[in-house]
Design a protein around this ligand. Sequence first.
Ligand code: SAH
Length: 346
Amino acid sequence: MLKKQDIRALTKEQLRNFFTKNGDKAFRGNQVYEWLWHKATHSFDDMTNLSKETRMMLEENFVINHVEVDEMQRSNDGTIKNAIKLHDNLLVESVLIPTETRTTACVSSQVGCSLDCNFCATARLKRMRNLNPDEIYDQVVVIDKQSRLYHNHKLSNIVFMGMGEPLLNYKNVLESIEKITSDEGLGMSPKRITLSTVGIPKMIKKLADDDVRFNLAVSLHSAIDEIRSKMMPINEKNDLAELLESLNYWYSKTNKIITFEYVIWKDINDSQKDVNALVTYCKKIPSKVNLIEYNAIDDGEFQQASKAATAMYVKTLEANNIVVNVRRSRGKDIDAACGQLANKSS
Ligand code: SAH
């Protein structure tokens, strides 16, 4: 038997063509497209403005691949972690992070990760595959529903800070954002979406060329090549100078300032020399710094720096007029915090 095609891999134009080829009107394609995306329907039977025959015909030709929440854990701070099962039974994790004024969805872009950042739990999993646009979109739909149910308001922000490196799944990530922001999808503002990357200069330039409207965050962690390369092997071939050049290109095209994500670790990057290097780096590109609390992943090789080290960073950055935020860790009790996503529940 022929394997049925995933209908959500089709563009609206292809759907319209499918109907005209089958002797129906092209606008049926628009109707189906609306069910598939805006209404995020899982079954052809729900498409009530189509005739029974049309629904059966769709059923014979296509499947609607969709994700399922395999397990949901709720933290005592309101954070929700979902183990999301894909159509081929692989798992990724997505997190809902509530604050008083908003909810943020932290979504995954790949199953596992091919980068070897040695402080990150996801890096311990090998990369299995890229997520499709619909699989990224569905994570947002799931979290939007949870936000309405548990926090009484719709989802307000999205960060691509879950499992995987979004810029190594470039096409699908951009397609998912296109659908998330389109009125035919979820109609969210790109200003409320942030893509976080390990920092791949070539792809950052491509983002700028593609005229994207969302925000960019870069996981910096050190502004000294020698130290950054030790933690993030990607830095060996894509060093800080090249990264900076790509970020300046991004800024020149988009006018959007960069957020640097930065964890301070004991005895690794907690000295005055480290913060001075960060200041020098930040002065070369319009940027702000988010200091992220370290979330321990296992063996204790990495340890959160002292409060005094964080205070020194804040003081030095502020003295140099660089905006700095200290980000509290969320959902730690359920392993839902940054860098802890590793399908432990599976
Ligand atoms: N690959 C992308 C997105 C995933 S990681 C990237 O590298 O940006 C999201 C953020 O969590 C990154 O800033 C990453 O460096 C950080 N992170 C990874 N492990 C962490 C840990 N154990 N504690 C705190 N932050 C961590």
